[in-house]
Design a binder for this molecule. Sequence first.
Ligand SMILES: NC(=O)c1ccc[n+]([C@@H]2O[C@H](COP(=O)([O-])OP(=O)(O)OC[C@H]3O[C@@H](n4cnc5c(N)ncnc54)[C@H](O)[C@@H]3O)[C@@H](O)[C@H]2O)c1
Ligand SMILES: [Zn+2]
Length: 796
Amino acid sequence: MSQNPAHEWQARALELREKIERANYRYHVLDDPEITDLEYDRMLRELESLEEAHPALATSDSPMRRVGARAQGGFAEVRHAIPMLSLNNAFEQEGEGERERFREVADFERRIEQTLDRRSPVFSVEPKLDGLAISLRYEDGIFMQGATRGDGETGEDVTANLRTVRAIPLRLRGEGWPRVLEVRGEVIMLHKDFEAFNAHARAAGEKTLANPRNGAAGSLRQLDPAITAKRKLSFFAYAVGEVQGGDLPPTHSKTLAALREWGFPVSPEVGTAHGFDGLIKYYQRIGAKRDALPYDIDGVVYKLDDYAGQRAMGFVSRAPRWAIAHKFPAQEQTTTVEAIEIQIGRTGAATPVARLAPVQVAGVTVTNATLHNADQVARLDVRVGDTVIVRRAGDVIPEVVRVMPALRPAHTHPWHMPSHCPVCGSALLREEGEAAWRCSGGLICPAQRKEALIHFAARRAMDIEGIGERFVDALVDFGYVHTPADLYRLTLEDFLEMKRRADERDGSTPETVKQGKVATKWAENLIEAIEASKRTTLPRFLFGLGIMHIGESTAKTLAAWLGSLAMIRRMPETILRVLPDIGQEVAASIAGFFAQEGNQKVVDALLAAGIEFADETHPSPKLRGRLDLAVLLDMAGINKVGPKSTKLLGEHFRTLDKLIAAGASHWIVAGLPSAAATHLEAFLADDKNVQPLREADAAMQELLAAVPAASAASSAPLEGQTVVLTGTLPTLSRDEAKERLEALGAKVAGSVSKKTSFVVAGEAAGSKLDKAHELGVEVWDEAQLLALLARHEGAS
Ligand SMILES: NC(=O)c1ccc[n+]([C@@H]2O[C@H](COP(=O)([O-])OP(=O)(O)OC[C@H]3O[C@@H](n4cnc5c(N)ncnc54)[C@H](O)[C@@H]3O)[C@@H](O)[C@H]2O)c1
Ligand SMILES: [Zn+2]
């Protein structure tokens, strides 16, 4: 062909060849394709029709004449005694009726009928597994060598890696196998292994696999077999290559049955079919099942079943004439990103989702695809306006697998996680070291309503029995409840009506008189349980609100130190931070929660509904030691004013007002280094700094004023003791023991250390008991514990 193509078709053919070669290299050698299979297949088809129209184009170096690509991955080469070929493809066409739509299959079948002069021949019908073709060589029943297909003539020796694939027998089972037997099949990655790999990679911030095929090919072609062993690969056999010293059955389907006997996995979907109608029936049956299969398939394969017929049909350059791959609609497609939005899940997790120009993927119109999390968006660098490849396989949500940077329009911007929930406007927060961002508006966020209610009613929170998932679904779906406060307004009639609607929705049978009575009893019980929940404790209530980062133990700390809900609600972040085990993140979450107007309304409504706390008390006297001017200045974090300086200022000036009134010269007189004085002066000159400081000071004064003057006999006789519970106690539940110990001021810890005061051990106590013995920590039984509790509980 000339360098300067004389014709347009020549130029196009050159262009197609170049693109196909490049795609082959990326796909077969790098296991990292840039374009979808659909685009590749289209180019191949176009080149094929050009070569048919202009036979001069069909030179021996045309990609139409070659299989795959010669790999160069650092493995030894293996020459295949019998070439590993490709398959011709049949795609669905426009048209009426099956013979029109599947005319390529019809042509294939008719050609066999005519050539062999046979009506309705028998075919082996098989799923077309989407993985990597390999050939396994057995000598005297022992696995000797395994190779990839490569360019069909020469593949790579990946024996060491294949030995790590459990589905590949290292030794043949049964009997009757030939002395030399080459078994061919597909190495694949199951959906569950692919998903698990990617979930792990996403959490660790590592590169994800684009699809299971790349996962299988990339994993198998690792130079270190230990890496291959870690990626879970599977294998299915579907053909044989070289055979010496023995005979195979006369048909392909019987050969597959023999392979199964000898220990090879063969897909359970494999079968036989007669003539065109049989083939199409199989195609449709597997197509309907495709989403439910545990692995990717990109079509089905029809193979003339008897070997004599196969020999008579022979080969074209790169594929047999006796077989064809009937392809399904593609599982990957290209489309453009119109927007990137945030979806809030029922637990508040914020997932970025790409809104796409609608596109057909594997027979379904896809308009959204998940981007999983903010890190994944950053890793893929997906931007609005980008052309992307989306993938939909099995029942997994469609996902964006890659961006095509060459097609990126000008003036795009990297995407960032928004700061607020698109549903309720609350701040989106991220837990340290976690990939997921969450909406902090648990109580008011409509997206989280159901979860919020379930959490509120949970046994360890408000303990409302009977509020299960189905019930909560109905409550929320029918609009009876927006926030937990609404629960306390519901009447018997509301519950009965709601139940009727829920039953109707589920298609339950109409009510009988007896069922009516049962329903009424059920509603009465619920109302009673809701009523009973009004008398609760402050920690249970705080926990039930579902404030981010607030577990049961933080809720108890808040209650124990601040004493009342009113006080907790008013405390700014800075004051909360002086409480034990409450760091900046937790303090910000609590203060942020109570500052939010929507949350305030819900809490007010709950109180208005009559919720009372049996245990509200005064702020803890221990606050006296923790709250003073020095602490306030420490929290402000002023440059050059370290702990020594704040201590000095605290002791000297006592109150913020006095400190400010005194001014820099007095501070220096009092002993503050002049550099520190300069920084403090500059700090206090800015109203942005002073305002929060004054607020914190006011809160601090209020809190201290509420602390009882001289505390009477300690209400916490076990203060300072750390107890560990292990095993099952004869009468006390773990929760009860914990609650009672904590009520007396003890700390209940999860693990034994030298600081542990004593361990209470019950039945089947395990490693904690061993640890106690090892460290010489005292071990008690339940009787001793009960005696201790009895001694103190009456008194406090
Ligand atoms: N996206 C890209 O850039 C790119 C580039 C090159 C190739 N491709 C894709 O690769 C494929 C072409 O490669 P090909 O030559 O392997 O052809 P093919 O995938 O169409 O068919 C042959 C292969 O099918 C597999 N197969 C699965 N189940 C089988 C069964 N039951 N019996 C026999 N074989 C079975 C074998 O691995 C065999 O080698 C196309 O799907 C093409 O789209 C994509
Ligand atoms: Zn929200």
